[in-house]
Design a protein around this ligand. Structure first.
Ligand SMILES: [Zn+2]
Length: 402
């Protein structure tokens, strides 16, 4: 039934058009605490603080880019200044909520410390903070990238943080908390925004696809979540790209092409050829890679990643269940990992690492890569010292095995 309905609905959907298209990050930006994903501890603490009226006067939000620092800062501002609040679930419709949403509130002042680092900028803020909020409960200063402030600016700010007027709240955001002076940190309530788990992101992207009536393969969304490395913003912009690809269904194949994972199969093949010690075929393979525009340094980095993954796979074969990886890679990887010993894989890893340095330093990276390949094809199939010692007859005394 459901499939039939979908088939009827799809053709009537408007064709994807960029006109009037709002990027997902803007369209689905959370406006209340309950909409924040992957930051349960922060949400719980803030909710209890706001409900109990026990929020401090200064907060500092820290975390990698794209985890929602500025978004959270704006939600705190809304929660505090909503006409029906302070409440963790701001109404979104009162004049204060609307003004904050449109970035027009007189009482919520957003400053980018990257462009306003001087002591005069901070003095201006301090001077203005003496006057009460125009129409809302609090006068709220959101200072983004606060670590960029100059030393004298921090000192000026410190005085206000020590004895803040009751109607003022400060919300700082930073990606580099270690650059914020301890004197400032000790006067703020600190919240660490975590990288968002891949599985949480995948579920979130599925909800968005459903809301946008876009069909998607679970593997495709898992791939995007993995590439986002814990950042919602990065993930959403990748999802945007995938959605504007032009088709009504986001497939894993498409996402792999978009992210440049398409040559993983050939890379595994090259690895296997090296391990078999066949330099002629390895060179042939290299030439194909060059023709496709591969960069020698990038290739070695990819081979290093592969050597690392194979070692992990050897230790824990369960990794082959990871659905974010192409089925072919998982099958072939498992076969390779089974056939190779840990000492061999470690040796290959060391040689690749050394090779990477040489390629980086070499005036001709392509030649350097070829020399690395020759060395690898000669060394890789040889038994390790330990394997050699194990093969020795008992009569020969062996003092120590490595
Ligand atoms: Zn409101």
């Amino acid at each position: 039934m459901e499939t039939a309905l979908k088939l009827v609905q799809t053709p009537s959907q408007p064709p994807p058009s960029l006109e009037g298209y709002r990027v997902l990050a803007r369209k689905y930006r959370p406006t209340k605490l309950s909409q924040i994903i992957g930051q349960d501890f922060l949400v719980d603490t803030l909710r209890r603080g706001i409900e109990g009226g026990r929020l401090g006067h200064a907060f500092i939000l820290t975390g990698i880019r794209g985890t929602g620092k500025t978004t959270t800062a704006r939600i705190i501002a809304r929660s505090l200044n909503c006409e029906k609040g302070p409440t963790p679930e701001p109404c979104g419709t009162c004049s204060s909520c609307t003004a904050i949403g449109l970035d027009r509130s007189m009482d919520v002042i957003e400053i980018d410390a990257a462009s306003r680092t001087s002591v005069d900028d901070i003095r201006e803020i301090i001077e203005a903070s003496r006057y009460k909020a125009v129409s809302a409960h609090y006068k709220i200063y959101i200072i983004d990238e606060v670590h960029m402030l100059s030393k004298s600016a921090f000192n000026a700010l410190l005085k206000t943080l020590e004895e803040p007027p009751a109607h003022v709240k400060f919300i700082f955001a930073t990606t580099e908390i270690h650059k914020v002076p301890a004197t400032i940190l000790s006067r703020c309530v600190r919240f660490d925004l975590k990288r968002i788990e891949s599985s949480t992101l995948t579920t979130y992207f599925k909800t968005l696809c459903d809301q946008e009536s876009v069909d998607s393969e679970p593997e495709a969304l898992a791939l995007i979540a993995k590439a986002a490395e814990g950042s919602v913003r990065d993930g959403l912009s990748l999802l945007d790209q995938a959605m504007t690809y032009g088709t009504s269904r986001i497939t894993a194949e498409q996402v792999r092409q978009m992210l440049g994972f398409s040559d993983q199969g050939s890379l595994l093949e090259l690895f296997q050829i090296i391990m078999e010690g066949n330099i002629l075929i390895a060179f042939e393979k290299l030439r194909t890679f060059y023709k496709e525009g591969a960069d020698p340094q990038r290739m070695l980095e990819d081979l290093l990643d592969l050597a690392h993954w194979l070692q992990c796979l050897k230790i824990s074969p369960n990794l082959a269940q990871d659905i974010t990886l192409p089925t072919e890679k998982r099958q072939k990887g498992l076969e390779l990992a089974t056939s190779l010993s840990i000492p061999t894989l470690t040796r290959v890893w060391q040689m690749l690492l050394k090779g990477l340095e040489e390629v980086r330093r070499s005036p001709s990276p392509q030649k350097a890569l070829e020399v690395v390949m020759i060395r690898l094809t000669h060394m890789a199939p040889l038994p390790s010292l330990n394997e050699l010692l194990e093969g020795l007859p008992e009569s020969i005394p062996v003092k120590k095995k490595f």
